[in-house]
Design a protein. Structure first.
Length: 99
């Protein structure tokens, strides 16, 4: 299996409602994309505010294997989510590792 971690930093235009919309879109991906074993996403609630560096949403996806992760990247539902981020995102960090 492969773990896929993503954290999103947004620009100053972002609202809490828009962040919640993004989280809902991310959660819906589990039902739309084959090969996902587990998925969680949420708004950053850390109390370590001096260390969050402005990253507001976290995503964790467990895939069956590396092939499923690769297919996810080009899947139309994922691509639609990526397109919806246009004009909102300042930075994204991605980490993938085998589990």
């Amino acid at each position: 299996m492969v773990e896929h971690l993503v954290v999103f930093k947004f620009n100053d235009k972002i609202t809490l409602a828009k962040q919640q919309e993004f989280v809902a879109q991310l959660l819906a991906l589990q039902e739309q994309i084959p090969g996902i074993v587990a998925l969680s996403a949420g708004i950053n609630a850390t109390e370590e505010t001096e260390r969050n560096q402005g990253y507001a949403i976290g995503l964790r996806v467990t895939f069956e294997d590396q092939y499923a992760l690769r297919a996810y990247g080009s899947h139309p539902a994922h691509q639609a989510f990526v397109a919806s981020l246009d004009g909102w995102v300042e930075d994204v960090i991605v980490v993938d590792y085998a589990i």
